[in-house]
Design a protein around this ligand. Sequence first.
Ligand SMILES: [Zn+2]
Length: 114
Amino acid sequence: MNPHPIRCVCGQKIQASQLLEIRYLQHSMGQNRVYVRFECPRCGHARERLIRQQEWDRFVLSSMPYTEISRTEREQFQRLGEITKEEHWQARQLLEDVWSVEQLQACVQPDKNR
Ligand SMILES: [Zn+2]
């Protein structure tokens, strides 16, 4: 499990509803960053953080209510982990040869080993 990406210096975990300002900082080279400003509910101070886009995405997804997936499905997704570069490349290669929905359905088989 990854550490909570937005914490106050007092150790308090900051939730999405406590954010006062969000700015996306794009880089032409390197990783994008997200600037956040928040007011800590424990110590009451306004603080700032600069986090990586990847951490921000994880924070947003973890803040969303799970209304469309069951607990079992969520646990299955968590066990799968992040999509690796190799898995991404394999999916792109697979899609280059697919020309119909029927072909795509034939390619997508549940992996029972995961
Ligand atoms: Zn604090």
